[in-house]
Design a protein around this ligand. Structure first.
Ligand SMILES: Nc1ncnc2c1ncn2[C@@H]1O[C@H](COP(=O)(O)OP(=O)(O)OP(=O)(O)O)[C@@H](O)[C@H]1O
Ligand SMILES: [Mg+2]
Length: 252
């Protein structure tokens, strides 16, 4: 099986400060992985290495067996702070059109085909009402939906979402989880940075956790461990198992 992400003795720094080091892990293609760790532990830094925005100081990183400089066109990315160079005239439709043609330089799509793709995805995600709306007039949750739609419209092999659940109300979280389940039926590898594992814990295959200056990987069964999670979050937590799934809660 191909690895979607492989780190070998990886070490990365920012402004000469090591963020994480000596990290080796391998994650199978077409799986869903959470990325967890305290504020400042280097989650976004890892994503930026995957996106070839930042480079390792030591070791190797490969996505689908290739250096990240060769895989940018295979990735859909929703940053932690989604802002489209928003002049106030950009509408939902324009953002999705950008997702379609922005990364396919050299490949021409007819306007008719672009429109068909956008309308079909918007229907599927139930965001048709946002196509004519200006980004500057959207709520945080609506913007988030446009950001995710823009990231998946090109059918990426890898989808990277940095804190997709932050600022979403309960209905928007349910919508997001349904979308995630839909995507998981396709051949796509998904990475989700999150501070709250609870909404996705029964949907992920495993997690990369950043602890003590290293990136580690654990399959989900081993992740549901109170001691490990207490250590990770620096606060005592327990893992409750119920018929509807696992739930992590603080007991301090
Ligand atoms: N642009 C930057 N320039 C220099 N240092 C940075 C930059 N962005 C982040 N850092 C530093 O790098 C470290 C890792 O940051 P990173 O953004 O990867 O953390 P994170 O795990 O994503 O945190 P959060 O949960 O707050 O999003 C932090 O110490 C942070 O201060
Ligand atoms: Mg971050």
């Amino acid at each position: 099986m191909t690895s979607v992400l492989e780190l070998k003795d990886a070490c990365i720094s920012r402004n000469k400060k090591i963020i994480w080091s000596n990290s080796s892990l391998s994650i199978d293609e077409n799986t869903t992985t959470a990325i967890i760790g305290m504020n400042g532990s280097g989650k976004t830094t890892l994503l930026e290495a995957m996106l070839n925005i930042l480079h390792l100081d030591k070791g190797n990183i490969e996505l689908l067996g290739k250096h990240p400089k060769y895989t940018k066109h295979l990735i859909g990315y929703v940053p932690q702070k989604y802002q489209l160079a928003a002049t106030n005239t950009i509408r939902g439709y324009d953002a999705l059109a950008l997702g379609l043609v922005g990364t396919k330089l050299g490949i021409r799509l007819s306007n008719k085909k672009i429109k068909k793709n956008i309308i079909s995805l918007a229907n599927n995600l139930q965001i048709s009402d946002l196509l004519d709306k200006r980004l500057t007039n959207m709520s945080g949750g609506q913007l988030q939906k446009i950001a995710v739609a823009q990231a998946i419209i090109n059918q990426p092999k890898i989808l990277i979402l940095d804190e997709p659940l932050a600022n979403l109300d309960m209905q928007a979280i349910v919508d997001f989880l349904n979308l995630l389940k839909q995507l998981q039926k396709k051949s796509i590898s998904i990475f989700i940075v999150t501070h709250d594992l609870n909404p996705i814990i029964d949907l992920i295959d495993g997690a990369i956790y950043l602890l003590d200056g290293h990136a580690h990987y654990l399959p989900v069964a081993k992740l549901k461990d109170a001691k490990l999670l207490s250590n990770l979050y620096s606060t005592k937590v327990e893992v409750i198992h119920s018929k509807t799934g696992a739930f992590i809660r603080s007991v301090e």
